[in-house]
Design a protein around this ligand. Structure first.
Ligand SMILES: Cc1cc2nc3c(=O)[nH]c(=O)nc-3n(C[C@H](O)[C@H](O)[C@H](O)COP(=O)(O)O)c2cc1C
Length: 311
């Protein structure tokens, strides 16, 4: 009975909304944070597609982001009979088998080069095809950001992305979205841009005062974002800066630099310093507070401050 219901329920959704193939979309969860920028070379679009709806949108995403793209190609190709869901077809059998893990023909040689994966798939019976589980379970996706999207006749993304996330719980899964097959390149670009806007919204508060900051676009800032929200108790040092430990090391690219009031830097890979007078040392730049010198002096020239960054 349970087996029968698992087939009938999604198909009821499929047929009842079959004429609504145009605009509907939905989000899988409220989890979100900043991730991507066009041209970032650490973004990968990975997708599975049998009848090319998902493939088309994945290509739009790749073009918009100028990223790499990887097709999840099954070892045994799906024929039209294999996806004839009104029959006892291969796709139906796989979707109804918890252990089904269809083999994938090609592998990604070095997944460590990617920090963000845009993951596309069709909805099959309300869920991601089982080959997506093969894909997820084939790699160490710890700490990678995954942005799922799907295409369907009408079903929402529903629990398909959150169920996939259970197979890679150490990845950072962001909002997923469902798209109709006829979604345009512009719509995909607009959707991806929402993540970019979120990236720009990284907020700094010092002693509860929200500050206007221009953040660097570098690997250290990206690494910092993964630690948010972050609170650092800073202490005054040398008559020119407030400094405090992050509590762990993050990626750095130090060089000898002259800093001016308002500069925020990474020191020794594991501490952040904010300046209210000029200085010079080996640091990695993180950003700059857009505040005049007297404002910076009032804010920072004291024995300690609480430094908070929120996503
Ligand atoms: C086996 C199977 C099951 C499907 N189940 C659903 C479903 O539950 N809900 C839905 O809206 N569409 C369903 N569809 C339609 C596909 O999600 C839709 O056509 C999708 O865009 C195909 O993507 P592709 O062209 O990238 O393969 C199903 C299709 C197949 C082959």
């Amino acid at each position: 009975m349970k087996r029968l219901l698992s087939f009938i329920l999604p198909m009821l959704i499929l047929t009842s909304c079959a004429t609504n193939d145009g605009q509907s979309s939905d989000n899988a969860s409220n989890n979100s944070s900043q991730t991507i920028k066009p041209g970032d070379n650490d973004v990968l679009v990975a997708y599975f597609s049998v009848t090319n709806n998902t493939k088309k949108l994945a290509t739009y995403a790749q073009e918009h982001l100028q990223s790499d793209i990887f097709e999840i190609v099954p070892n045994v190709k799906y024929t039209s009979a294999d996806i004839d869901y009104n029959s006892d077809c291969r796709a139906n059998k796989e979707q109804n088998d918890d252990k089904a893990r269809p083999e994938i023909k090609y592998t990604i040689s070095d997944i460590s080069q990617y920090n963000t994966i845009i993951l596309g798939y069709p909805i099959w019976w309300g869920q991601a095809p089982k080959i997506l589980y093969t894909f997820i379970e084939s790699y160490d996706l710890s700490n990678k950001t995954i942005i799922p999207f799907c295409t369907s006749g009408s079903s929402p993304i529903g629990s398909s992305a959150t169920n996939l996330a259970k197979s890679a719980p150490n990845a950072n899964w962001l909002d997923g979205k469902r798209f109709a097959g006829n979604t345009t390149k512009e719509e995909i670009g607009n959707w991806l841009d929402t993540y970019i806007k979120k990236e720009e919204s990284m907020k700094l508060l010092i002693d509860n005062q929200e500050l206007n900051v221009t953040w660097e676009n570098n690997e250290s800032v990206k690494a910092l974002k993964k630690l948010l929200p972050l609170t650092i108790e800073m202490h005054e040092y040398g008559g020119f800066e407030q400094t405090g430990s992050i509590g762990q090391s993050i990626v750095r690219n130090d060089s000898q630099i002259d800093v001016v009031p308002g500069d925020i830097v990474l020191y020794n890979g594991n501490a952040i310093s904010v300046f209210y007078h000029n200085s010079s040392w080996s640091y990695t730049r993180l950003g700059h507070i857009n505040l005049d010198n007297s404002g910076l002096n009032n804010l920072l020239n004291k024995s300690s401050v609480t430094f908070v960054i929120k996503g």
